[in-house]
Structures are given as C-alpha cells and as structure tokens.
Design a protein around this ligand. Structure first.
Ligand SMILES: Nc1ncnc2c1ncn2[C@@H]1O[C@H](COP(=O)(O)OP(=O)(O)O)[C@@H](O)[C@H]1O
Ligand SMILES: [Mg+2]
Length: 248
C-alpha cells in the first residue's frame, strides 16, 4: 500500500454479464484534486459508489485512509462514510427542512455534539460556500445554484477528509459553473481535503484538477496533469479538448 489517501487496485464491478469497471487502478494523494473524466454511462458514478460502499466490487482492493474497505461490514462502513463526503449531482435537499436543518442533518447523524456546537458548524459551513441569511429558508425558496451550495455545505459539515463530487457542474449555467469550480478549489485549499471529482466537463477539469484520469468503457485510457493531457494524442481526449475550447 502506498501513502495515497484513496487507492483502487484492479477493481472489477459487473452487473449481471455487463462489466462496468474492468480492473481499475489509481490513487489520490492527500490534498490533491483528482479528476475522473469520462462520457456519460462509462461508470463514473459506479466508481464513486464503490468507494463509499453503496456498491461493492466483485474483486480488487479499495483503500481509504489506510484501510482496505471493499469487503468490510455495512456497520464499519459508517465510519468510512464519515471520512468521505459525497456531493451528488442534484442537491437533493430535504424539502421540509430549513437550510439550517439540512446542513445540520449529517452532523446530528454522525456526531453527538451539543446544539451550540452544531450551530457553530452550520454557520461556518454556510459561510464557506458564501451563503448569508438563508438559514431559515426552505430549499424551494432559494435558487438552484444556492441549493447546490447548501448541498456542498451539508457535506463539508461532517468534516470529511475526502470530498467526492459527482458531476458538480452538470446542468449549471456558465456563471454558476465557475462559482462551483472556485468553491471546490477553495474548499480543497482551506480544508486540505483530498478531492475526487467525476465529470464529463473537460473545461472544469483543466481549470481545477491537479491530475486527470480518463475513463472509457470501464478502463483508464489516459492520465496526467492538465498540461500533459492538453498534449495528449488519445482520440477521446482530443475530442474532450475540442469540446472544452468550443464551449468555454
Ligand atoms: N445498480 C445498477 N444496476 C445495473 N446497472 C447499473 C447500476 N448502476 C449503474 N449501472 C449501469 O452501469 C453503467 C455506468 O453507469 P454510471 O456509473 O452511472 O455512468 P456515469 O459514468 O454516467 O456516471 C450504465 O450502463 C448503467 O446503466
Ligand atoms: Mg453518473
């Protein structure tokens, strides 16, 4: 095992006779923003779900913060999920709970803190995502972009060592996209978390990634720093690059 905070070793995952992950190996180091780039349907969400134990691999090893987790019990996974904060594509906030209670929810579930401390954490996290005066609002009373920030604050509130983003900018307008990209950068710097971002957005990858891994049909087909990938000869990467420059 290396000093990586997240490591996949030859991970295979199938559904019936369809193999989605065909022996994936990679690692993310402490504090790094690792981008996993791939077209839709290629297995990005399946990869993240294997990491947080929502799915289990058929074979292979998954290391999180020094522990091999692929076959541990559901009960033990509770502690792993505390380390891995996942931000889903859609905010999926609880409609009937205020912004405050949405952010406090995971904290209450994972920690036995007094109310004062919970209040302090919620306020700090809302500030981190630049949200003011929305604590008592319901999700439907704020914009989609703001809901997305609340979902970020909610994840950050449990103090994860590892932040996972599933398509953080998909479906957002360019202004909100830039704001979310900036937030991922800021959070990773301020909190010194390791971040894994999965997306098909090459523009976003070039803007924030330390390293990019390109996933295609269940295999890693290319990888490198943004500068290295800009010079890639791989046809899929070239296609991604073309799209990033035309739509940027
Ligand atoms: N629970 C599941 N059962 C069966 N097939 C699944 C399941 N989850 C995902 N898949 C299939 O795995 C493939 C990869 O899905 P996914 O990881 O969601 O793609 P994406 O890269 O767009 O996130 C898709 O063909 C999808 O239909
Ligand atoms: Mg997905």
């Amino acid at each position: 095992m290396s000093d990586a905070q997240v490591q996949f070793i030859n991970v295979i995952k199938s559904f019936g006779d369809r193999t989605i992950l065909k022996g994936i190996s990679f690692e993310a180091k402490q504090g790094e923003i690792l981008f996993i780039l791939g077209t839709s349907g290629t297995g990005k969400s399946v990869l993240l779900k294997n990491l947080v134990g929502l799915l289990r691999p058929d074979t292979g090893e998954i290391w999180v913060d020094g522990e091999e987790v692929s076959q541990i019990s559901e009960e033990k996974y509770f502690d792993i999920r505390k380390k891995c904060g996942m931000v889903f594509q859609h905010p999926a906030l609880f409609d009937s709970l205020t912004v405050f209670e949405n952010v406090a929810f995971g904290v209450r579930k994972h920690y036995d803190y007094p109310e004062e401390k919970i209040k302090e954490i919620v306020k700090k996290c809302l500030k981190l995502v630049h949200l003011d005066d929305v604590e008592e609002k319901l999700p439907q009373d704020i914009s989609y972009g703001m809901q997305k920030r609340v979902s970020l604050a909610r994840t950050v509130a449990i103090s994860p060592k590892i932040l996972l983003f599933d398509e953080p900018t998909t479906g957002l307008d360019p202004v909100t996209t830039n704001a979310v990209n900036q937030l991922i950068l800021d959070l990773s710097k301020t909190l010194k978390t390791t971040s894994l971002v999965v997306s098909h957005d090459m523009h976003c990858a070039l803007a924030i990634a330390d390293r990019i891994i390109v996933l295609d049909k269940g295999n890693i087909v290319d990888q490198g720093t943004p500068a290295e990938l800009k010079a890639s000869k791989h046809p899929l990467v070239k296609e991604f690059l073309m799209e990033a420059t035309t739509h940027a």
